[in-house]
Design a protein around this ligand. Structure first.
Ligand SMILES: *Cc1c(COP(=O)(O)O)cnc(C)c1O
Length: 452
């Protein structure tokens, strides 16, 4: 049986899909963190280049991918769509399971799809250095590679706990020429403020974002780059879903359910949004399922409200599902996906009932990762394993109900640099941990009071 569905390089999509064109109502405005009033392009220009700001608010359905970006994407794209026949057999399910494998990119995840585009648009406007945050290190690695390709400097604030737990991700970034600092750091006002309150702070994405945004605000030739959440980032990732649609066609299959893990929402949105277009344009009924950890249950337990993108309240305020901008993830959680918010685009679609969200405890997620490793031979990133868990449970449900549904999930990255987390799992050190409902309610009082 054919298991690999490969497109030729000439078939790589040459435009991105902007789902903003297909929303039933426009997204709520982005607000200035100080005034809490809607921002214009000029308010965002200290942190982002105009090329990306225009994409952020564009209502065009398709945007052409510049040739220079296409040339780099073709180093690893199109990526394969693979039928997981050995996993299907192990589960004894009549369901068909396909996965889109984004771990074939140079740094091992979907993130270079946007890092290359972001570096390109910054370079085009004369920017010489990009500042960013990274948690597990996947985004930092992807941006380090892109900056290196475009002869730009890259400054990465890495969440302190990961900085110490993931020394090899640090090495990857440094090999590409990036400079990596543990966050919170003494280099910025926001880092120093956190350390003054709590010298032992292990950091969070919200804090690291504050440090990187601060560097961009204080230096004219530096801009800030974000690896997820924003509309332009999700749009750059839609190349995943566009390829998948063509590959399912080759396989003679149609997706009944499309699954992705959700941190900020970019790999899930990238896969799912072209299917959303089919749902609204052609009346298809594909279910779109985002999967998150119980330890950071943004869509399943968070509140749909305006909140700051970062802890120090310097990043723009957007309406999203949020656990509160001062959320700090539990140290016991090993599976990534730790951002306090989620893409406003996905949050809106979730709110309107176009997207489902589910959350899993970490032990069943790692069990799914091991089953996938043992059947399909690929060690998944722990983040991606959330999608695997959901795909397995869909396949088991199909078995119980006796239907042969087609399941497609995003294998957003490989886990070769995540052996610390796998060691903890194998050593029986992982515990299930669910973020308490009370803490979400408490965070409500600290959300910005927005009057529009
Ligand atoms: C960063 C990352 C994620 C989570 O980010 P999204 O923006 O939600 O996609 C998921 N999987 C992998 C492998 C990652 O590196």
């Amino acid at each position: 049986m054919q298991t690999h569905f490969l497109l030729s390089q000439n078939d790589m999509p040459t435009r991105w899909y902007n789902a903003q064109a297909d929303l039933s109502e426009p997204l709520p405005p982005t607000l200035h963190p100080m005034t809490l009033k809607p921002v214009g392009p000029d308010d965002l220009s200290p942190i982002f280049p105009m090329g990306l700001i225009l994409q952020e608010v564009s209502q065009e359905r398709y945007i052409d991918i510049p040739q220079e970006i296409q040339d780099i994407l073709r180093l690893w794209r199109p990526t394969p769509l693979i039928r997981a026949t050995r996993l299907e057999a192990a589960l004894g399910t009549p369901a068909k399971i396909f996965y889109k494998y984004e771990g074939t990119s140079p740094t091992g995840s979907h993130k270079p799809n946007t890092s290359v585009a972001q570096a390109f648009y910054n370079k085009a406007e004369g920017i010489t250095r990009l500042a960013t945050e990274t948690g597990a290190g996947q985004w930092g690695s992807a941006l380090a590679m892109a900056c290196n390709f475009f002869d730009m400097e890259c400054k990465v604030y890495m969440v302190k706990v990961s900085y110490h737990q993931k020394p090899y991700r640090r090495s990857v970034m440094r090999l590409f020429g990036a400079s990596v600092t543990a966050s919170p750091s003494e280099e910025t006002d926001s880092g120093r403020a956190i350390l003054a309150q709590n010298p032992d702070s292990t950091g969070s994405l919200g804090i690291a974002i504050s440090e990187a945004v601060e560097v961009a605000l204080k230096n004219e030739d530096v801009k800030y780059s974000l690896g997820s959440v924003l509309n332009h980032v999700i749009m750059h990732q839609t190349i995943i879903g566009e390829e998948t649609l063509m590959q399912l066609d080759m396989a003679g299959a149609e997706a009944d359910v499309v699954i992705g893990c959700v941190g900020g929402g970019s790999n899930f949105g990238g896969l799912a949004l072209p299917f959303y277009r089919q749902n609204v344009q052609d009346g298809a009924k594909t279910r779109l399922v985002g999967v998150e950890p119980m330890a950071c249950p943004t869509m399943t337990k968070g509140i749909y409200a305006f909140d700051y993108g970062d802890t120090a309240k310097m990043a723009p305020v957007v309406k999203m599902d949020t656990l509160g901008h001062d959320f700090v993830p539990a140290g016991i959680h090993a599976g990534g996906l730790r951002y306090h918010g989620v893409s406003p685009l996905l949050a809106a679609l979730h709110h309107q009932g176009h997207i489902e969200a589910i959350a899993y405890n970490q032990i069943p997620v790692f069990e799914a990762a091991q089953q996938f490793t043992q059947t399909e031979g690929i060690i998944p990133a722990p983040e991606s394993a959330h999608a695997i868990r959901a795909a397995i449970d869909e396949a088991l449900d199909a078995k119980e109900k006796g239907d042969a549904r087609t399941i497609v999930f995003n294998l957003s990255g490989h886990g070769f640099l995540d052996m610390g987390a796998y060691d903890a799992y194998l050593g029986g050190e992982l515990e299930n941990y669910a973020y308490p409902e009370e803490l979400v309610q408490e965070a409500l009082s600290r959300l910005p009071q927005v009057e529009l």
